[in-house]
Ligand binder design. Structure first.
Ligand code: F6R
Length: 592
């Protein structure tokens, strides 16, 4: 939620900041803005709406500044207006701040500052930071920031510049992500790695309670007491191509097509690091999986594999529910947190709480160095590369890969089970080769207002995932259900207008699924099915049939999800919606 960037160097800051913001736009797109220092003056340009609105407002303005900060916003405090857009400044317009996160005590601070005569221009929590820094400034921006930070409560990351020190950018991290990019004669701050990929692969990942002090030729890191901190420099394996559309109309489509590679890379990563895994699931009385959204759905699939291959009971819990629950947890439990971003605050807090209650914590994360990656006792990395489309796709199948491998490792048939993963990429390719068929199906359903998704056993979570994909990018109401539960309520919704997407590969519940399909047909529902190629019975019962190659039961979720991702994509795209940046959503959810 919200993306922040900072630059100081020898090049023009504005194009660098705008490019970086575009690559961070997936974090929020309610408004955008930049602040630059030019000829000793602070210039602030900001606009409600997407970054293209800001770019339009900047048209023809030839700023020569070489230091600046930028922001793309996901609104929390204050509506998405020009005034509430970041950067925010002090009264004299000498200090500018961009911020990600929430200052929890901002009302109290605002009242204190107002009593001292400070006049506020926005409704945001951020503005207090600019005023506090200005108030504490005595010739050294770092000292002013240290003093200001003492007053702030909450989870936040921010960057600040001042006209008094035109070649300096300071960044602060406490709860929200912030990295430093190391260049030659230039340095960068950003919420996430894709922002800086065109310029450098050398990254310092800041920890909570750290301050980065940047000039074009130096980077120094301090703790909140102003003491220097030594940090490792990491070389990111991500490249720019991974963060660009490469000829695809949308990132989401590109990422759907990257799934064979995401699965293979994650599998290879697992195999080469398997020996370092310091635990056996079997040594625990219970496995708890904690996650949100799509990652939660991956966890639900993981439950079937772990229970089947390792024989350990698994509970899957929404992170936001776990943190405040009374669920008994002890050192007899192993808790797995799944998060593509590694920054989801609900998952991070839930893992912290599990740790405090004595559990051993494991993360399955896509972003190395992210908050969750650092929080847990042990991390397993998915290797999906950066995911830019807000709707998670390739990270989901990568998470499935990690979970499958983790479970298979516990089985007496470890080798055989792991070997099976090697055939998944080719099976996904085959499924993707039928994308045109799915596109044709999508055209028939553009006007529908509601969808039901049904699945059983290991494909029940895929029904949930299919429904989530559709609702988040097409704004069509969709519900996923275990097919057996339909008769306990949702069946009342079925009539001749209701498309029911059923997932029915030939597995142990296939016959049951066929019966559920009959129940839908008897109420005149429209059946759209996902099943094995050549399944005439299923095809005959369906108004539309989306086929996947035949495979064994345990592997089906890797394939059944693909036509559902494509269906959601084509529907949203044909409705002319912003597939990569659906309304109200953000890629990284750093608020509770
Ligand atoms: C849906 C989606 C979200 C995320 C959720 C958790 O397509 O992307 O539901 O899955 O916000 O995010 P991570 O995995 O980053 O913790």
């Amino acid at each position: 939620m919200c993306g922040i960037v900072g630059y100081t160097g020898r090049d023009l800051a504005l194009p660098i900041l705008l490019g970086a913001l575009e690559r961070l736009e997936y974090r929020g797109y309610d408004s955008a803005g930049v602040a630059l220092i030019e000829n000793g003056k602070l210039i602030v340009e900001k606009k409600a709406g997407k970054i293209r609105e800001l770019v339009r407002a900047l048209w023809g303005k030839n700023y020569k500044a070489k230091t600046g900060i930028g922001h793309t916003r996901w609104a929390t405090h204050g509506k998405p207006t020009d005034e509430n857009a970041h950067p925010h400044t002090d009264e004299k317009g000498e200090f500018a701040v961009v911020h990600n996160g929430i200052i929890e005590n901002y009302i109290e601070l605002r009242e204190e500052l107002k009593k001292e005569g400070v006049k506020f221009k926005s409704d945001t929590d951020t503005e207090v930071i600019a005023h506090l820094i200005a108030k504490n400034y005595k010739g050294d921006l770092l000292q002013a920031v240290i003093e200001a930070v003492k007053k702030l409560k909450g989870a936040f990351a921010f960057a600040v510049i001042t006209v008094h020190e035109p070649n300096r950018v300071i960044g602060v991290k406490n709860g929200s992500p912030l990295i430093v990019g190391l260049g030659q004669g230039e340095n960068f701050l950003a919420s996430d790695i894709p922002a800086i990929l065109p310029y450098t692969k050398k990254v310092i990942v800041l920890d909570d309670g750290e301050i980065a002090d940047l000039t074009p030729d130096s980077v120094n890191i301090y703790n909140f007491n102003g003491e220097p901190v030594t940090k490792d420099v990491m070389i990111t394996p991500w490249d720019l191509v991974a963060a660009e559309k490469s000829g695809f109309k949308h990132f989401m489509l590109k990422e759907i097509y990257e799934q064979p590679k995401a699965v293979l890379d994650t599998y290879k990563g697992f195999i080469s690091n398997e020996e370092t895994i310091p635990f056996w699931l079997k040594d625990y009385r219970r496995i708890l999986i904690i996650a949100c959204g799509t990652s939660y759905h991956a966890g639900l699939v993981g439950k079937y594999w772990i229970e089947r291959f390792a024989g350990v009971p698994v509970e899957v819990i929404y992170a936001s529910e776990f943190r405040y629950s009374d669920t008994p947890v002890s050192d007899k439990d192993l808790v797995i947190g799944i998060s593509q971003s590694g920054e989801t605050i609900d998952t991070k807090f839930a893992l912290q709480s599990a740790k405090e209650r004595g559990a051993f914590t494991v993360g399955i994360v896509n972003v190395v160095g992210s908050a969750i990656d650092r929080e847990v006792d042990f991390s397993i990395h998915t290797h999906a590369g950066p995911e830019i489309g807000v709707a998670a796709t390739k990270t989901f199948t990568a998470q499935l890969t990690s979970l499958y491998c983790l479970a298979a490792r516990e089985s007496n048939e470890r080798e055989e089970l792991l070997k099976k993963v090697e055939k998944i990429p080719a099976l996904i390719e085959k499924t993707l080769a039928k994308a045109e068929d799915v596109e044709k199906v999508s055209e028939k359903y553009l006007k529908k207002k509601d969808f039901l998704y049904l699945g059983r056993y290991i494909n029940f979570p895929i029904a949930l995932e299919g429904a989530l994909k559709l609702k988040e990018i097409s704004y069509i109401h969709a519900e996923g259900y275990p097919a057996g539960e339909m008769k306990h309520g949702p069946i009342a919704l079925i009539d001749e207008n209701m498309p029911v997407t059923v997932i029915a590969p030939k597995d142990r519940v296939y016959e049951k699924m066929l019966s559920n399909i009959e129940e839908v047909l008897a109420r005149k529902g429209i059946v759209i099915s996902v099943g094995f190629e050549g399944d005439k019975v299923l095809k005959e019962k369906s108004a539309d049939f989306m086929e996947i190659p035949e495979t064994e039961e345990v592997l089906t979720p890797f394939l059944t999800v693909v036509p559902l991702q494509l269906l959601a994509y084509f529907i949203a795209s044909k409705l002319g919606l912003d597939v990569d940046q659906p309304r109200n959503l953000a890629k990284t959810v750093t608020v509770e």
